[in-house]
Design a protein around this ligand. Structure first.
Ligand code: F6P
Length: 542
Protein backbone atom coordinates (compact mmCIF):
# COMPACT_ATOMS: atom_id res chain seq x y z
CA UNK A 1 0.00 0.00 0.00
CA UNK A 2 1.93 3.01 -1.28
CA UNK A 3 0.27 6.01 0.37
CA UNK A 4 1.01 8.36 -2.50
CA UNK A 5 -1.15 6.18 -4.77
CA UNK A 6 -4.19 6.38 -2.52
CA UNK A 7 -7.02 8.60 -3.83
CA UNK A 8 -7.02 10.65 -0.61
CA UNK A 9 -3.29 11.40 -0.96
CA UNK A 10 -3.85 12.58 -4.50
CA UNK A 11 -6.82 14.65 -3.39
CA UNK A 12 -4.64 16.18 -0.67
CA UNK A 13 -1.97 16.99 -3.24
CA UNK A 14 -4.59 18.80 -5.33
CA UNK A 15 -6.06 20.47 -2.24
CA UNK A 16 -2.57 21.75 -1.36
CA UNK A 17 -2.87 24.31 -4.18
CA UNK A 18 -5.79 25.89 -2.29
CA UNK A 19 -4.17 25.39 1.08
CA UNK A 20 -1.13 27.40 0.03
CA UNK A 21 -3.25 30.50 0.26
CA UNK A 22 -4.51 29.70 3.78
CA UNK A 23 -3.88 32.51 6.22
CA UNK A 24 -4.48 31.40 9.79
CA UNK A 25 -5.70 34.87 10.72
CA UNK A 26 -8.34 34.67 8.00
CA UNK A 27 -9.33 31.11 8.91
CA UNK A 28 -10.05 32.27 12.46
CA UNK A 29 -11.94 35.32 11.21
CA UNK A 30 -14.06 33.21 8.86
CA UNK A 31 -14.94 30.63 11.49
CA UNK A 32 -15.67 31.82 15.02
CA UNK A 33 -15.97 28.14 16.05
CA UNK A 34 -12.53 27.24 14.78
CA UNK A 35 -10.97 26.72 18.21
CA UNK A 36 -13.83 24.47 19.33
CA UNK A 37 -13.84 22.66 16.01
CA UNK A 38 -10.13 21.95 15.94
CA UNK A 39 -9.40 21.23 19.56
CA UNK A 40 -9.74 17.83 21.17
CA UNK A 41 -9.54 16.63 24.72
CA UNK A 42 -9.12 13.58 26.85
CA UNK A 43 -9.57 13.93 30.62
CA UNK A 44 -8.15 17.37 31.37
CA UNK A 45 -5.65 17.27 28.52
CA UNK A 46 -6.55 19.66 25.73
CA UNK A 47 -4.93 19.44 22.32
CA UNK A 48 -5.47 22.59 20.28
CA UNK A 49 -4.88 21.96 16.58
CA UNK A 50 -6.64 25.11 15.41
CA UNK A 51 -3.37 26.91 14.70
CA UNK A 52 -2.49 24.45 11.92
CA UNK A 53 -2.71 25.36 8.26
CA UNK A 54 -5.77 23.22 7.70
CA UNK A 55 -9.42 23.68 6.88
CA UNK A 56 -12.32 21.34 7.58
CA UNK A 57 -11.77 19.97 4.08
CA UNK A 58 -8.08 19.28 4.79
CA UNK A 59 -9.01 17.35 7.91
CA UNK A 60 -11.66 15.29 6.16
CA UNK A 61 -9.22 14.41 3.36
CA UNK A 62 -6.63 13.44 5.97
CA UNK A 63 -9.19 11.29 7.75
CA UNK A 64 -10.02 9.63 4.44
CA UNK A 65 -6.31 8.99 3.99
CA UNK A 66 -6.22 7.22 7.36
CA UNK A 67 -9.17 5.04 6.33
CA UNK A 68 -7.68 4.22 2.93
CA UNK A 69 -4.35 3.36 4.57
CA UNK A 70 -6.35 0.89 6.73
CA UNK A 71 -5.29 2.63 9.91
CA UNK A 72 -8.05 1.11 12.08
CA UNK A 73 -7.00 -2.43 11.04
CA UNK A 74 -3.35 -1.59 11.68
CA UNK A 75 -4.20 -0.28 15.15
CA UNK A 76 -6.05 -3.50 15.95
CA UNK A 77 -3.15 -5.58 14.70
CA UNK A 78 -0.81 -3.80 17.11
CA UNK A 79 -3.11 -4.16 20.13
CA UNK A 80 -3.82 -7.80 19.29
CA UNK A 81 -0.15 -8.73 19.28
CA UNK A 82 0.38 -9.43 15.57
CA UNK A 83 4.05 -9.49 14.62
CA UNK A 84 3.90 -6.07 13.00
CA UNK A 85 7.66 -5.63 13.45
CA UNK A 86 8.24 -7.94 10.51
CA UNK A 87 11.99 -7.43 10.05
CA UNK A 88 12.55 -8.71 13.58
CA UNK A 89 9.56 -11.08 13.64
CA UNK A 90 8.15 -9.41 16.75
CA UNK A 91 4.96 -7.91 18.08
CA UNK A 92 4.94 -4.34 19.44
CA UNK A 93 3.03 -4.65 22.68
CA UNK A 94 3.98 -1.73 24.90
CA UNK A 95 0.22 -1.20 25.28
CA UNK A 96 -0.04 -4.60 27.02
CA UNK A 97 2.34 -3.31 29.72
CA UNK A 98 -0.26 -0.85 30.95
CA UNK A 99 -3.41 -2.94 30.91
CA UNK A 100 -4.88 -6.20 29.71
CA UNK A 101 -5.70 -5.47 26.09
CA UNK A 102 -6.35 -9.14 25.35
CA UNK A 103 -3.04 -9.35 23.51
CA UNK A 104 -1.48 -12.71 22.74
CA UNK A 105 1.92 -13.62 21.42
CA UNK A 106 2.17 -17.02 19.70
CA UNK A 107 -1.27 -17.78 21.09
CA UNK A 108 -0.25 -17.09 24.70
CA UNK A 109 -1.89 -14.22 26.61
CA UNK A 110 0.76 -11.77 27.74
CA UNK A 111 -1.15 -10.16 30.63
CA UNK A 112 -0.20 -12.77 33.29
CA UNK A 113 3.51 -12.30 32.54
CA UNK A 114 3.17 -8.54 32.74
CA UNK A 115 1.33 -8.79 36.06
CA UNK A 116 4.00 -11.09 37.43
CA UNK A 117 6.78 -8.62 36.72
CA UNK A 118 4.74 -5.73 38.10
CA UNK A 119 4.36 -7.67 41.35
CA UNK A 120 8.10 -8.35 41.48
CA UNK A 121 8.81 -4.69 40.77
CA UNK A 122 6.45 -3.60 43.52
CA UNK A 123 8.13 -5.91 46.01
CA UNK A 124 11.53 -4.52 45.08
CA UNK A 125 10.46 -0.86 45.02
CA UNK A 126 8.61 -1.07 48.31
CA UNK A 127 11.34 -3.15 49.95
CA UNK A 128 14.07 -0.72 48.95
CA UNK A 129 11.99 2.33 49.81
CA UNK A 130 11.06 1.13 53.29
CA UNK A 131 14.47 -0.36 54.03
CA UNK A 132 13.42 -4.03 54.11
CA UNK A 133 15.74 -4.64 51.18
CA UNK A 134 19.10 -3.24 52.18
CA UNK A 135 22.71 -3.32 51.02
CA UNK A 136 25.47 -5.79 51.85
CA UNK A 137 26.27 -4.19 55.20
CA UNK A 138 22.62 -3.85 56.21
CA UNK A 139 22.44 -0.13 55.54
CA UNK A 140 19.43 1.31 53.71
CA UNK A 141 19.80 2.28 50.10
CA UNK A 142 19.75 6.03 49.64
CA UNK A 143 20.85 6.31 46.00
CA UNK A 144 19.88 4.55 42.80
CA UNK A 145 22.13 4.65 39.73
CA UNK A 146 20.42 3.59 36.50
CA UNK A 147 22.93 2.48 33.89
CA UNK A 148 21.39 2.21 30.43
CA UNK A 149 21.28 4.01 27.11
CA UNK A 150 18.64 4.98 24.54
CA UNK A 151 15.28 3.65 25.63
CA UNK A 152 16.86 2.15 28.74
CA UNK A 153 17.81 5.66 29.86
CA UNK A 154 15.80 8.43 28.24
CA UNK A 155 12.35 7.29 29.41
CA UNK A 156 13.12 6.77 33.11
CA UNK A 157 15.40 9.81 33.21
CA UNK A 158 12.75 12.02 31.63
CA UNK A 159 10.01 10.61 33.89
CA UNK A 160 12.04 10.96 37.10
CA UNK A 161 12.77 14.59 36.28
CA UNK A 162 9.18 15.25 35.31
CA UNK A 163 7.77 13.67 38.47
CA UNK A 164 10.31 15.02 40.94
CA UNK A 165 7.60 16.72 43.04
CA UNK A 166 6.17 13.23 43.72
CA UNK A 167 9.43 11.90 45.14
CA UNK A 168 9.53 11.87 48.90
CA UNK A 169 13.27 12.14 49.33
CA UNK A 170 13.81 8.53 50.41
CA UNK A 171 15.95 7.85 47.36
CA UNK A 172 17.72 9.93 44.77
CA UNK A 173 18.22 8.66 41.23
CA UNK A 174 21.15 9.28 38.95
CA UNK A 175 21.41 8.20 35.33
CA UNK A 176 24.46 7.08 33.41
CA UNK A 177 24.27 6.48 29.68
CA UNK A 178 27.35 7.76 27.89
CA UNK A 179 30.36 5.46 27.61
CA UNK A 180 32.45 8.60 28.15
CA UNK A 181 33.95 7.89 31.59
CA UNK A 182 33.00 11.42 32.60
CA UNK A 183 29.39 10.32 32.91
CA UNK A 184 29.85 7.41 35.31
CA UNK A 185 32.60 9.14 37.25
CA UNK A 186 30.40 12.19 37.81
CA UNK A 187 27.34 10.11 38.69
CA UNK A 188 29.24 8.16 41.33
CA UNK A 189 30.78 11.28 42.86
CA UNK A 190 29.90 11.51 46.54
CA UNK A 191 28.08 8.17 46.59
CA UNK A 192 28.75 5.51 49.18
CA UNK A 193 28.82 1.98 47.72
CA UNK A 194 27.17 0.68 50.90
CA UNK A 195 24.02 2.69 50.23
CA UNK A 196 23.94 2.61 46.42
CA UNK A 197 21.67 0.37 44.35
CA UNK A 198 22.71 -0.03 40.72
CA UNK A 199 20.20 -0.82 38.00
CA UNK A 200 21.78 -2.40 34.94
CA UNK A 201 19.12 -1.47 32.39
CA UNK A 202 19.52 -3.15 29.05
CA UNK A 203 16.96 -5.08 27.07
CA UNK A 204 19.62 -7.08 25.26
CA UNK A 205 22.28 -6.94 27.98
CA UNK A 206 24.81 -6.76 25.17
CA UNK A 207 24.95 -3.00 24.59
CA UNK A 208 28.61 -2.00 24.62
CA UNK A 209 28.21 1.32 26.43
CA UNK A 210 25.96 -0.07 29.14
CA UNK A 211 28.15 -3.10 29.77
CA UNK A 212 31.30 -0.95 29.98
CA UNK A 213 29.60 1.34 32.50
CA UNK A 214 28.11 -1.57 34.45
CA UNK A 215 31.51 -3.29 34.67
CA UNK A 216 33.17 -0.11 35.94
CA UNK A 217 30.37 0.46 38.45
CA UNK A 218 30.84 -3.11 39.57
CA UNK A 219 34.56 -2.49 40.15
CA UNK A 220 33.72 0.63 42.14
CA UNK A 221 31.34 -1.43 44.27
CA UNK A 222 33.48 -4.53 44.78
CA UNK A 223 36.61 -2.49 45.55
CA UNK A 224 35.04 -1.62 48.88
CA UNK A 225 32.40 -4.30 49.46
CA UNK A 226 33.79 -7.40 47.72
CA UNK A 227 32.34 -9.66 45.00
CA UNK A 228 29.47 -10.90 47.15
CA UNK A 229 27.96 -7.41 47.11
CA UNK A 230 27.11 -7.62 43.40
CA UNK A 231 24.06 -9.81 43.97
CA UNK A 232 22.70 -7.39 46.59
CA UNK A 233 23.60 -4.07 44.99
CA UNK A 234 22.78 -4.79 41.36
CA UNK A 235 19.39 -5.31 39.76
CA UNK A 236 19.13 -6.16 36.07
CA UNK A 237 16.27 -4.79 33.97
CA UNK A 238 16.51 -6.98 30.93
CA UNK A 239 15.03 -9.44 28.49
CA UNK A 240 18.26 -11.47 28.69
CA UNK A 241 18.47 -13.56 31.89
CA UNK A 242 21.50 -15.48 30.66
CA UNK A 243 23.72 -12.43 30.13
CA UNK A 244 22.54 -10.87 33.40
CA UNK A 245 23.49 -14.10 35.19
CA UNK A 246 26.90 -14.10 33.51
CA UNK A 247 27.39 -10.62 34.93
CA UNK A 248 26.68 -12.01 38.40
CA UNK A 249 23.08 -10.90 38.88
CA UNK A 250 20.91 -13.79 40.09
CA UNK A 251 17.53 -14.51 38.49
CA UNK A 252 15.60 -13.18 41.50
CA UNK A 253 17.30 -9.81 40.93
CA UNK A 254 16.32 -9.66 37.26
CA UNK A 255 13.20 -7.74 36.37
CA UNK A 256 12.24 -9.18 33.06
CA UNK A 257 10.67 -7.79 29.94
CA UNK A 258 10.25 -9.28 26.52
CA UNK A 259 11.30 -8.94 22.91
CA UNK A 260 7.86 -7.56 22.07
CA UNK A 261 8.71 -4.38 23.99
CA UNK A 262 10.79 -2.04 21.83
CA UNK A 263 13.61 -0.20 23.61
CA UNK A 264 12.06 3.22 23.00
CA UNK A 265 8.70 1.92 24.25
CA UNK A 266 10.09 0.28 27.39
CA UNK A 267 9.51 2.92 30.07
CA UNK A 268 6.34 1.02 31.03
CA UNK A 269 8.21 -2.22 31.60
CA UNK A 270 10.89 -3.15 34.13
CA UNK A 271 12.91 -0.31 32.59
CA UNK A 272 10.67 2.02 34.62
CA UNK A 273 12.08 0.55 37.85
CA UNK A 274 14.00 3.71 38.76
CA UNK A 275 10.73 5.67 38.48
CA UNK A 276 8.96 3.20 40.79
CA UNK A 277 11.83 3.43 43.27
CA UNK A 278 11.85 7.23 43.09
CA UNK A 279 8.13 8.01 43.37
CA UNK A 280 6.75 4.68 44.63
CA UNK A 281 4.98 1.87 42.81
CA UNK A 282 1.49 3.34 43.29
CA UNK A 283 2.55 6.49 41.46
CA UNK A 284 4.23 4.43 38.75
CA UNK A 285 0.95 2.57 38.27
CA UNK A 286 -0.86 5.91 37.97
CA UNK A 287 1.45 6.65 35.06
CA UNK A 288 0.50 3.29 33.51
CA UNK A 289 -3.18 4.17 34.05
CA UNK A 290 -2.74 7.47 32.22
CA UNK A 291 -1.20 5.68 29.26
CA UNK A 292 -3.92 3.02 29.41
CA UNK A 293 -6.55 5.70 29.14
CA UNK A 294 -4.87 7.05 25.99
CA UNK A 295 -4.66 3.50 24.63
CA UNK A 296 -8.40 2.97 25.07
CA UNK A 297 -9.10 6.31 23.44
CA UNK A 298 -6.77 5.55 20.54
CA UNK A 299 -8.36 2.15 19.99
CA UNK A 300 -11.97 3.30 20.13
CA UNK A 301 -12.43 7.01 19.35
CA UNK A 302 -13.52 7.99 15.83
CA UNK A 303 -10.55 9.22 13.77
CA UNK A 304 -11.68 12.85 13.63
CA UNK A 305 -11.92 13.03 17.47
CA UNK A 306 -8.94 10.78 18.16
CA UNK A 307 -6.02 12.76 19.61
CA UNK A 308 -3.13 10.60 18.38
CA UNK A 309 -4.78 10.13 14.99
CA UNK A 310 -5.29 13.86 14.51
CA UNK A 311 -1.76 14.64 15.71
CA UNK A 312 -0.33 12.02 13.35
CA UNK A 313 -2.39 13.27 10.40
CA UNK A 314 -1.20 16.82 11.04
CA UNK A 315 2.34 15.42 11.02
CA UNK A 316 1.69 13.90 7.58
CA UNK A 317 0.18 17.14 6.30
CA UNK A 318 3.07 19.26 7.55
CA UNK A 319 5.75 16.87 6.34
CA UNK A 320 4.44 15.57 3.06
CA UNK A 321 2.33 18.45 1.80
CA UNK A 322 3.69 21.61 3.42
CA UNK A 323 7.29 20.35 3.24
CA UNK A 324 8.28 20.83 6.90
CA UNK A 325 11.56 19.05 7.54
CA UNK A 326 11.73 19.55 11.26
CA UNK A 327 9.45 20.05 14.25
CA UNK A 328 10.19 21.89 17.46
CA UNK A 329 9.01 20.45 20.79
CA UNK A 330 8.70 23.21 23.34
CA UNK A 331 7.62 22.21 26.83
CA UNK A 332 6.83 25.27 28.93
CA UNK A 333 7.82 23.24 31.94
CA UNK A 334 11.33 22.84 33.25
CA UNK A 335 10.45 19.37 34.52
CA UNK A 336 9.97 18.30 30.91
CA UNK A 337 13.45 19.46 29.93
CA UNK A 338 14.32 15.96 28.65
CA UNK A 339 11.01 15.43 26.89
CA UNK A 340 12.33 16.69 23.52
CA UNK A 341 15.27 14.26 23.78
CA UNK A 342 12.86 11.46 24.68
CA UNK A 343 10.72 12.27 21.63
CA UNK A 344 13.81 12.41 19.44
CA UNK A 345 14.39 8.72 20.02
CA UNK A 346 10.72 7.82 19.92
CA UNK A 347 10.09 9.61 16.63
CA UNK A 348 13.36 9.48 14.76
CA UNK A 349 14.36 5.92 15.68
CA UNK A 350 10.83 4.76 14.86
CA UNK A 351 10.11 6.66 11.69
CA UNK A 352 13.53 7.65 10.36
CA UNK A 353 13.17 5.09 7.58
CA UNK A 354 13.89 5.15 3.85
CA UNK A 355 12.22 1.97 2.63
CA UNK A 356 8.65 0.70 2.77
CA UNK A 357 7.68 -2.44 4.65
CA UNK A 358 8.37 -4.48 1.53
CA UNK A 359 11.84 -2.94 1.14
CA UNK A 360 10.99 -0.59 -1.73
CA UNK A 361 12.80 2.78 -1.50
CA UNK A 362 10.41 5.59 -0.61
CA UNK A 363 9.87 8.62 -2.79
CA UNK A 364 8.19 10.63 -0.04
CA UNK A 365 9.48 12.06 3.23
CA UNK A 366 9.20 10.26 6.57
CA UNK A 367 10.16 11.49 10.06
CA UNK A 368 11.13 15.12 10.32
CA UNK A 369 14.00 16.11 12.58
CA UNK A 370 12.62 16.57 16.09
CA UNK A 371 14.33 18.99 18.41
CA UNK A 372 13.58 21.43 21.18
CA UNK A 373 14.24 22.88 24.58
CA UNK A 374 12.01 24.10 27.34
CA UNK A 375 10.39 27.49 27.07
CA UNK A 376 11.23 30.16 27.99
CA UNK A 377 14.91 29.27 27.44
CA UNK A 378 14.38 28.49 23.77
CA UNK A 379 12.90 31.94 23.19
CA UNK A 380 16.25 33.51 24.00
CA UNK A 381 18.16 31.06 21.86
CA UNK A 382 16.55 29.72 18.68
CA UNK A 383 13.07 31.22 18.46
CA UNK A 384 14.48 33.88 16.13
CA UNK A 385 14.60 31.20 13.45
CA UNK A 386 11.08 29.97 14.23
CA UNK A 387 9.72 33.49 13.76
CA UNK A 388 11.83 34.88 10.96
CA UNK A 389 13.86 32.04 9.45
CA UNK A 390 13.32 30.69 5.97
CA UNK A 391 11.97 27.28 6.95
CA UNK A 392 8.51 26.24 8.03
CA UNK A 393 8.92 24.61 11.43
CA UNK A 394 5.74 23.48 13.14
CA UNK A 395 6.02 23.62 16.92
CA UNK A 396 4.44 21.70 19.78
CA UNK A 397 3.81 23.85 22.86
CA UNK A 398 3.20 21.87 26.06
CA UNK A 399 2.23 23.26 29.47
CA UNK A 400 0.50 22.52 32.76
CA UNK A 401 -2.03 24.99 34.17
CA UNK A 402 -0.76 24.52 37.72
CA UNK A 403 2.72 24.39 39.15
CA UNK A 404 3.74 22.73 42.41
CA UNK A 405 6.41 25.39 42.83
CA UNK A 406 4.71 28.24 44.66
CA UNK A 407 7.02 31.05 43.62
CA UNK A 408 5.08 34.24 43.38
CA UNK A 409 4.11 35.09 39.80
CA UNK A 410 6.47 32.65 38.08
CA UNK A 411 3.87 30.37 36.64
CA UNK A 412 1.77 33.19 35.18
CA UNK A 413 4.92 34.62 33.65
CA UNK A 414 5.77 31.25 32.15
CA UNK A 415 2.27 30.69 30.79
CA UNK A 416 1.97 34.20 29.39
CA UNK A 417 4.94 33.26 27.21
CA UNK A 418 3.40 29.88 26.36
CA UNK A 419 0.28 31.62 25.05
CA UNK A 420 2.14 34.52 23.43
CA UNK A 421 4.56 32.48 21.37
CA UNK A 422 2.02 30.41 19.45
CA UNK A 423 -0.03 33.57 18.96
CA UNK A 424 3.02 35.45 17.63
CA UNK A 425 3.96 32.59 15.30
CA UNK A 426 0.46 32.65 13.90
CA UNK A 427 -0.20 36.40 13.72
CA UNK A 428 3.22 37.70 12.78
CA UNK A 429 3.57 41.41 12.24
CA UNK A 430 3.00 42.94 8.84
CA UNK A 431 4.58 45.92 7.12
CA UNK A 432 1.76 48.31 8.00
CA UNK A 433 2.10 47.53 11.71
CA UNK A 434 5.88 47.87 11.64
CA UNK A 435 5.66 51.15 9.69
CA UNK A 436 3.15 52.61 12.14
CA UNK A 437 5.38 51.66 15.08
CA UNK A 438 8.48 53.17 13.52
CA UNK A 439 6.61 56.33 12.60
CA UNK A 440 5.37 56.62 16.17
CA UNK A 441 9.00 56.42 17.30
CA UNK A 442 9.69 59.44 15.05
CA UNK A 443 11.87 57.72 12.45
CA UNK A 444 12.21 59.30 9.00
CA UNK A 445 11.23 57.55 5.77
CA UNK A 446 14.76 56.44 4.88
CA UNK A 447 15.34 54.89 8.31
CA UNK A 448 11.93 53.20 8.16
CA UNK A 449 12.65 51.77 4.73
CA UNK A 450 15.97 50.36 5.93
CA UNK A 451 14.59 48.79 9.11
CA UNK A 452 11.20 47.67 7.95
CA UNK A 453 12.04 44.30 6.32
CA UNK A 454 14.02 43.24 9.40
CA UNK A 455 11.13 43.91 11.71
CA UNK A 456 8.42 42.14 9.72
CA UNK A 457 7.26 38.74 11.01
CA UNK A 458 5.57 36.74 8.26
CA UNK A 459 3.45 34.77 10.77
CA UNK A 460 1.16 31.99 9.56
CA UNK A 461 3.46 29.43 11.21
CA UNK A 462 1.61 26.38 12.52
CA UNK A 463 1.69 25.02 16.03
CA UNK A 464 -0.02 22.54 18.34
CA UNK A 465 -0.73 23.48 21.94
CA UNK A 466 -1.17 20.85 24.63
CA UNK A 467 -2.44 22.04 28.00
CA UNK A 468 -3.37 19.98 31.06
CA UNK A 469 -4.14 20.75 34.69
CA UNK A 470 -0.93 19.52 36.29
CA UNK A 471 2.05 17.41 35.42
CA UNK A 472 1.35 14.33 37.52
CA UNK A 473 2.06 10.63 36.86
CA UNK A 474 -1.28 10.14 35.13
CA UNK A 475 -0.89 13.13 32.81
CA UNK A 476 2.65 12.14 31.98
CA UNK A 477 1.34 8.70 31.00
CA UNK A 478 -1.32 10.28 28.80
CA UNK A 479 1.18 12.61 27.17
CA UNK A 480 3.78 9.97 26.34
CA UNK A 481 1.19 7.52 25.01
CA UNK A 482 -0.27 10.33 22.89
CA UNK A 483 3.07 10.74 21.14
CA UNK A 484 3.72 6.98 20.90
CA UNK A 485 0.47 6.50 19.05
CA UNK A 486 0.99 9.59 16.93
CA UNK A 487 4.25 8.02 15.76
CA UNK A 488 2.34 4.81 15.04
CA UNK A 489 -0.23 6.67 12.93
CA UNK A 490 2.46 8.31 10.84
CA UNK A 491 4.37 5.05 10.36
CA UNK A 492 1.16 3.23 9.44
CA UNK A 493 0.37 5.77 6.74
CA UNK A 494 3.95 5.98 5.48
CA UNK A 495 3.86 2.17 5.22
CA UNK A 496 7.11 1.73 7.12
CA UNK A 497 8.13 -0.49 10.02
CA UNK A 498 8.20 1.89 13.00
CA UNK A 499 9.53 -0.79 15.33
CA UNK A 500 12.95 -1.76 14.03
CA UNK A 501 16.15 0.30 14.10
CA UNK A 502 18.69 -1.23 11.74
CA UNK A 503 20.14 2.21 11.13
CA UNK A 504 22.04 2.13 14.40
CA UNK A 505 23.98 -1.04 13.52
CA UNK A 506 26.59 0.16 11.01
CA UNK A 507 28.27 2.65 13.33
CA UNK A 508 28.37 0.03 16.11
CA UNK A 509 30.05 -2.51 13.81
CA UNK A 510 32.64 -0.03 12.58
CA UNK A 511 33.45 1.14 16.13
CA UNK A 512 34.03 -2.52 17.02
CA UNK A 513 36.52 -2.80 14.17
CA UNK A 514 38.33 0.44 15.06
CA UNK A 515 38.63 -0.19 18.81
CA UNK A 516 41.61 -2.61 18.63
CA UNK A 517 43.37 -0.31 16.13
CA UNK A 518 43.48 2.48 18.71
CA UNK A 519 45.80 0.70 21.12
CA UNK A 520 48.73 -0.48 18.95
CA UNK A 521 51.62 1.68 17.69
CA UNK A 522 50.96 0.95 14.00
CA UNK A 523 49.25 3.66 11.99
CA UNK A 524 45.74 2.91 10.72
CA UNK A 525 45.72 2.15 6.99
CA UNK A 526 42.59 0.10 6.42
CA UNK A 527 40.06 2.90 6.08
CA UNK A 528 39.38 5.81 3.78
CA UNK A 529 41.95 8.60 3.92
CA UNK A 530 39.88 10.79 6.23
CA UNK A 531 39.22 8.06 8.81
CA UNK A 532 42.86 6.89 8.69
CA UNK A 533 44.00 10.50 9.05
CA UNK A 534 41.76 11.13 12.06
CA UNK A 535 42.79 7.92 13.85
CA UNK A 536 46.46 8.63 13.24
CA UNK A 537 46.15 12.22 14.39
CA UNK A 538 44.51 10.91 17.58
CA UNK A 539 47.43 8.53 18.10
CA UNK A 540 49.89 11.40 17.84
CA UNK A 541 47.90 13.56 20.25
CA UNK A 542 47.04 11.13 23.02
O1 F6P B 1 21.12 0.92 19.42
C1 F6P B 1 19.84 1.40 19.59
C2 F6P B 1 19.16 0.69 20.71
O2 F6P B 1 18.92 -0.63 20.36
C3 F6P B 1 17.87 1.38 21.12
O3 F6P B 1 16.81 1.04 20.32
C4 F6P B 1 17.76 0.94 22.53
O4 F6P B 1 16.83 1.72 23.25
C5 F6P B 1 19.17 1.11 23.00
O5 F6P B 1 19.95 0.70 21.89
C6 F6P B 1 19.55 0.34 24.22
O6 F6P B 1 19.41 -1.04 24.05
P1 F6P B 1 19.46 -2.03 25.26
O7 F6P B 1 18.35 -1.72 26.18
O8 F6P B 1 19.35 -3.40 24.67
O9 F6P B 1 20.79 -1.85 25.96
Amino acid sequence: MTPTRLPAWQALAAHHATAQSFRLKDLFRQDPQRFARFSLSLDDLLLDASKHLVSAETMSLLTALAEQARLPAQIEAMFRGDKINATEGRAALHTALRGDTGARVDGEPVAPRVQGVLRKMRALAEGVRDGGIAGQTGRRFTHVVNIGIGGSDLGPLMACEALRPYADGRLTCRFVSNVDGAHLATALEGLDPETTLILAASKTFTTQETLANARSARQWLTASLGEAAVARHFVALSANYAEAARFGIPAERVLEFWDWVGGRYSLWSAIGCSVALYIGMDRFEEMLAGARSMDQHFRTAPPERNLPVVLGLLGIWNTNFLGAESRAVLPYDQRLARFPAYLQQLEMESNGKRVARDGTPLDYATSPVVWGEPGTNGQHAFFQLLHQGTQLIPADFIAAARSPYALDGHHELLLSNFFAQSEALMLGKDEAQVRAELQAQGLGEAAIAALLPHKVFPGNRPSTSILFRELNPRTLGLLIALYEHKVFVEGAIWNINSFDQWGVELGKALAGKILPELSGPQPATGHDASTNGLINHYKRLR
